[in-house]
Design a protein around this ligand. Sequence first.
Ligand SMILES: [Zn+2]
Length: 438
Amino acid sequence: MTTLIEGGTVITMGAENRVISPGGVVIEGTDVIKVGPLEKLRSEYSSAEVLDARKKIIIPSLVNIHHHLYSTFARGFAPPEEPARNFTQILENLWWKLDRALFREAIYLSAAVPLMESLRHGVTAVIDHHESQSYQIGSLDEIKRAVEEAGMRAVLCLGASDRFDRGERGVVENERMLRKESENVMGMVGLHASFTVNDDTLKRSVQLAEEFNTGIHVHCAEDGSDQEKTRRMYSKEVVERFRDAGVLGEKSLLIHCIHISDREMEMIRESGTSVAHNPESNMNNAVGYAPVLRMYNSGIDVGIGTDGMSSDMLSQARCAFLIARHQERDPTVGFSEIPAMLLENNPRILNKITGWDYGEISEGGRADIAILDYSPATPLTADNLYGHLLFGMVSSFVDTTISGGRIVMRHGKITVFDEEEIYAASRETAEKVWERIK
Ligand SMILES: [Zn+2]
């Protein structure tokens, strides 16, 4: 089937970075076969099915490089203990209790909800980091099922951890998923964090990554306590321990990197390891500000993730932009770096891990597209795109989302799930999960 998206303004991004208005995109099967001025495409493809995107903005769909789909049931949940006073208590009182309360159907629903919400925000590819200590073996199958139903693409892993002496099962689950990879779902080797992973689990995970030619997805120096505990237990800095074990490399992804030394930053750069910055989560947990601009300017591939806080990449990028200026006390920084992290680095990091191409609407490329209901109040060009992105498009609604040529949300309606049914089932299941925590 051939579909003509009638724009609107097409922003191709990528090397050509063209802004075409009024423009159009022709999709055949899974791919884009033509991009150009609308008038020309209309006469050339007069029999194509038309998708109306007039007065709208057509951009490549977005990529989230660090999510925790399982975090859904934390919304509105009040841990029974006193309020957490530090990062360790946040983990112990909320996250480690929540992930131990999950069961098979809860894992599926907790993934389906944020995947739908990703589609609502024009996101069609996610790198997820899962935890469910009580139900590890088979847990990634539930998420895989939800991803495939959503028509999206994802990289899945379980954050193996020895905090409850179950590290081995986590490694086994990662291996299981690596053996079950499909066209749209790939595996990766997940670890929770240095301070919860013993040397044996670390070693086995590195061997597994080598065997499957993939990387390791792990939290890194999110809080000062990760560094303190790692130094105490292993007499090394976190990144140093990872480097010595063979964790670092082109396909590996370190999350946060807030409390790292200059020496560790150099190890990350030298190894080609990517970093995911999650500003909303860092602010919420009060764990500090990651030196993202320094990492970015040193040549490290720094991208942006949501860390389970939301599935909205545009608002996450705006938050990254504002906290960078606030923290650096410098109104000249961030304007080019932060949008580039989202639009260029996120697709590049995903490509390093999977080989998938995102971040550009190009002829012959896969049709991964988001259509935003945004009418620019001032001229929009390739040169001022970032200004529109951070101060305008971020507040607009996504009208339509296309993943691999499939319209997964059409004019605000999710086509791949019965949205209300999923939310209703999720509410019902959340009560069961909460009951297991108390
Ligand atoms: Zn995380």
